[in-house]
Design a protein around this ligand. Structure first.
Ligand code: PCA
Length: 120
């Protein structure tokens, strides 16, 4: 299968973060933001949830179905996170992307700026 998918990543999958290796060979599309989502610290990784007026910043990559499957496994798709489709935007426009949204009830501290690599 050579299907391609756009994925918005905002945490450990981002460039320079510990799980970025899952995106080896993926095409970088650009920096994007998700409106009306907020980021929470869940320990060494973040999660996002719908939250009106908040914004989450991340990177969009184009991946194939094998990469997507590997990321689903790493993220615990279906239990820890749900992979859903949302619109992401930046200066050049709006695209539909997949994103991992936190699936559990317990939330950590909100990361007000919405950027995982500026969390400190
Ligand atoms: N990894 C995924 C979801 C949260 C995380 O740490 C990501 O970077 O988008």
């Amino acid at each position: 299968m050579n299907d391609r998918y756009c994925v918005f990543v905002y945490g450990t999958l981002m460039r320079g973060e510990r799980a970025h290796g899952f995106l080896k060979g993926a095409g970088f599309i650009g920096e994007y933001r998700l409106k009306d989502y907020a980021m929470y610290r869940l320990g060494w990784y973040p999660g996002i949830r719908p939250s009106a007026g908040d914004c989450v910043y991340g990177e969009v990559y184009e991946v194939d179905s094998d990469m997507l499957r590997n990321m689903d496994e790493y993220e615990g798709e279906g239990s820890l996170y749900h992979r859903i489709r949302v619109p992401a935007e930046n200066e050049s426009g709006r695209i539909d992307v997949f994103v991992y949204v936190y699936a559990k009830e317990t939330l950590g501290e909100k990361i007000a700026g919405g950027k995982w690599n500026e969390k400190e």
